[in-house]
Design a protein around this ligand. Sequence first.
Ligand SMILES: Nc1ncnc2c1ncn2[C@@H]1O[C@H](COP(=O)(O)OP(=O)(O)OP(=O)(O)O)[C@@H](O)[C@H]1O
Length: 211
Amino acid sequence: MTDRQAFGEITVRVAGLSTRRGDNILFRGLDFEISGGEALALRGPNGAGKTTLLLTLAGLIAPEAGQITFDGADSEGAPVLHFCGHQNAVKARLSVHENLNFWAVLNGRTGSAVAAALERVGLGDIAAIDAGHLSAGQGKRLALARLLVSHRPIWLLDEPMAALDSAGDQLIGALLDEHLEGGGLVIAATHDDLPLGDAACGRVLRLGNHS
Ligand SMILES: Nc1ncnc2c1ncn2[C@@H]1O[C@H](COP(=O)(O)OP(=O)(O)OP(=O)(O)O)[C@@H](O)[C@H]1O
């Protein structure tokens, strides 16, 4: 582990994974492996199963068959992953600061302070307003700030660049690069290229018949 690494070695191994939604098996016999320092972009047409795969990896949908293992995960059972869905999980009547503080309490204050995380994502000046007033891109920035307040090595991100402006794309690129440099890993459903730096290890997994 180098000085820059925040996490120990971790590998996600997926073997023979099949997941059903309704009557349809969306993917069958899926095998892949991803380790700390790598980012895997899930690509494919609408309905291909990208979100479903993220939900399955997060343990929110039971697979039809196959195994998912997190090698190197803390044997004490400390949470290893963040799941950021395409809905931002924002409570409209709480302030921006209160929303993020809720997640810090729930997930553990193992990363940046709430105020620092809000500054980092560009919401420091509007921390006191009700989150219901946020624009779509600001809501996405608030969701991304959750990644910063609790240190977890595995980030599962659904459309992380959705609604972000070009500065927001640069922000997510910087956050991803730092996370990978620290030994974390990222699996992201996306229709666009992840804005990774040149040094980052980006891979692509295509889902669906038309990809
Ligand atoms: N609860 C459900 N019951 C039945 N089918 C479902 C359910 N949830 C999702 N599906 C179907 O599963 C398929 C995969 O959906 P999913 O959201 O994983 O696709 P996606 O690749 O993320 O798509 P997009 O690019 O549009 O976000 C879709 O055809 C969807 O209609």
